[in-house]
Design a binder for this molecule. Structure first.
Ligand SMILES: Cc1cc2nc3c(=O)[nH]c(=O)nc-3n(C[C@H](O)[C@H](O)[C@H](O)COP(=O)(O)O)c2cc1C
Length: 248
């Protein structure tokens, strides 16, 4: 797990059914609140991102759960926001188990975060019923690349024992430095040619000699003017409502 790296290039080797089922079973064995997920699989390699032999789409699935409730003559009344919070956790712990299990069997993988914005489209493609929300995708196969593990914050910037500390400038700078120097040493953004252009009046002063993770992530979250509505629309199309339900 300490050597984890996302893999975005895959060999032609096709994982066997046994391997696929073992990985999914390991995913299923993750801790759960309600097993509030389903996993869609596509082996259409030519159409999959990174031409991955396997593409898993991990969905939050209330439909299946409500079928069980109906069998027992119950109706779901909990609000959808709470269900989604639990559902995201169930799906995420399951998905990461798949990543780890895959790696233990020699496979690499990479998550794709765009699914939630294309939820309705993906749902149509797979014939997914309402109350199922495609959350994230996981491309998987045998690695055709071996990048170095990517940097992380120093543990002192992640683990706070007993009390959340006052984060002084030195601590913040140290964390930024570790990330930035780590990515620069790997020439990550230069190789990926992934500098996010500046909008508005800010002048570009960065080159690939100093453009690194903290600048990248600031440009991403400081310029991506996403309205909550864009996700809420996707959720609503899938039959989820983030508002109070009137009692019937
Ligand atoms: C929710 C989520 C969405 C992600 N989306 C993408 C993506 O769309 N494209 C991509 O290349 N990597 C994606 N990744 C992978 C991250 O870029 C990667 O995990 C991160 O840069 C750290 O690198 P590492 O996994 O190699 O340690 C995503 C990861 C997560 C957890």
């Amino acid at each position: 797990m300490l050597e984890h790296k996302s893999i975005r290039k895959f060999t032609d080797k096709i994982p066997t059914d046994k391997v696929v089922r073992t990985i999914v079973r390991a995913g299923q064995q993750a801790p759960f609140a309600s097993q509030y997920y389903s996993i869609l699989l596509s082996r259409k390699r030519k159409r999959n991102p990174f031409n991955a032999p396997l593409l898993f789409t991990i969905c939050i699935d209330s439909y299946k759960f409500e079928r069980i409730m109906a069998e027992r003559n119950w109706r779901l009344v909990t609000n959808d926001l709470t269900l989604l919070f639990f559902g995201i956790q169930d799906a995420a712990y399951m998905a990461e188990n798949m990543v780890v299990a895959g790696r233990s069997l020699g496979l690499g993988s990479c998550f794709l975060g765009s699914a939630m914005f294309r939820a309705e489209k993906i749902a149509e493609e797979y014939g997914v019923p309402k109350r199922v929300f495609p959350l994230v995708q996981l491309a998987m196969g045998y690695p055709a690349e071996d990048p170095p593990p990517r940097p992380r914050y120093p543990i002192e910037f992640a683990l706070f024992e007993d009390k959340y500390p006052e984060l002084d400038e030195k601590t913040v700078s140290k964390a930024m430095k570790q990330m930035d120097e780590g990515y620069l040493a790997q020439e990550y953004y230069r190789k990926a040619n992934a500098k996010i252009p500046l909008e508005g009046s800010r002048k570009e002063t960065f080159t690939y000699d100093n453009y690194s993770w903290t600048e990248h992530i600031c440009r991403k979250w400081g310029q991506w003017y996403l309205e909550p509505k864009e996700l809420l629309d996707q959720l609503e199309k899938r039959g989820f409502q983030i508002k109070a339900k009137k009692p019937k």
